[in-house]
Design a binder for this molecule. Structure first.
Ligand code: PEP
Ligand code: MN
Length: 345
């Protein structure tokens, strides 16, 4: 590992750095006369980089060397995350589609069937909704989970649904094939750990004000539990213009594909915030290298209690699938189709 220390370090601070290094089994060697660059030779472990970064005397970890964090690409091939029929990573792209929130059983079945016919392998729908106002619709809660599990049995689509708090993790894990941690919860380490420990695949969304490093460290919390079925989701960061709801960070998608072996998908719905722009934003994200998409779809958006303005129609979902398949094909990747389409008839 290579550390750059603060300039003019007090003896106490320097001693703390060297003491930590010795305690972890490293040999330290200064590389310059100013004693600012220090090389550590030793075991390397995923937690060591952060331990040094947290010391007041350390300006930056220039090279983590052997002390790799679990999310780091470090020459590893893509981790392929399989959830029901979906596969993310390793050249496979899958589509998660469904309404923003679970509202009505019959409507949910209709959307699930139609989304599957268009190529979705997973159904999304929130039973617990993170809302900006306490007076907005907060989701149906456990009743919503029951509806999701019924649709799963009837339509044969795996379920992706969000959990907001640790005490609901067990209930959500019972019915979800993939547990979503939303943008607002990305920084909640107790929730990350609790969800990670279920061993279920996790869809981790980037906070709208979070750096890429913070996003990767949130994934690291999940990975630290031994759960490796993690899919990252870029859903747009906050910009200064209200024309779109958020800004899909396509640069971050391309960067993440280099920096981590975990699959990365995009959410063009929450990025655009308006149905007429979702398709274009989806194309951009897939072209940047995304391993799939999560899209809000609703044939009756005017009745939705949340995010109706960004819900696309079923035919528009079909067009996004066509675009995705074509774009994926350009660089030798594949769109994963539901296997038994007849099941939905
Ligand atoms: C959602 O997926 O409905 C949602 C609330 O997303 P985000 O956490 O990205 O805002
Ligand atoms: Mn939504």
């Amino acid at each position: 590992m290579l550390l750059r220390l603060q300039k003019g370090l007090a003896d106490r601070q320097l001693a703390a750095v060297l003491e930590l290094a010795r305690g972890l089994g490293y040999q330290s060697r200064f590389l310059d006369l100013e004693r600012e660059l220090v090389r550590l030779d030793g075991p390397g472990a995923p937690d060591h980089r952060s331990l040094f970064e947290d010391l007041a005397g350390v300006r930056t970890v220039l090279d983590a060397g052997e002390a790799l964090e679990r999310h780091e690409r470090a020459g590893r091939p893509d981790r392929v995350v399989k959830v029901a029929e979906a596969r993310f990573g390793g050249g496979d792209l899958s589509l998660i589609a469904g309404p923003c929130a679970v509202e009505d059983g019959a409507r949910l079945i209709e959307i699930a069937r139609e989304a599957r016919e268009q190529g979705a392998t997973l159904l999304r729908g929130g039973a617990f909704k993170p809302r900006t106002s306490p007076y907005s619709f907060q989701g149906l809660g456990r009743r919503g989970l029951d509806l999701l599990s019924r649709v799963r049995a009837e339509v044969g689509l795996g379920i992706v649904t969000e959990v907001l708090e640790t005490r609901e993790v067990e209930h959500v894990a019972e019915i979800a094939d993939m547990i979503q941690i939303g943008a607002r919860s990305m920084h909640s380490s107790p929730l990350l750990l609790e969800v990670g420990r279920t061993g279920k695949p996790v869809l981790l969304k980037r906070g709208f004000g979070s750096t890429v490093r913070e996003f990767l460290l949130a994934a690291e919390f999940l990975l630290s539990t031994g759960n490796e079925s993690i899919v990252l989701c870029e859903r747009g960061v906050r910009g200064f213009d209200s024309v779109t709801r958020n800004l899909l960070d396509v640069g971050a998608v391309a960067y993440l594909k280099q920096a981590t072996h975990l699959p990365v998908i995009i959410d063009p719905s929450h990025a655009a915030g308006r149905a007429d722009l979702v398709r274009a934003v989806a194309r951009a994200g897939v072209a940047a290298g995304a391993d799939g998409l999560i899209v809000e779809v609703n044939p009756h958006p005017e009745e939705a209690h949340s995010d109706g303005a960004q819900a696309i129609s079923i035919p528009e979902l079909g067009r996004i699938v066509e675009d995705t398949r074509a774009l994926a094909g350009l660089d030798g990747r594949r769109f994963v189709q539901p296997q038994i389409v007849g099941l939905t008839a």
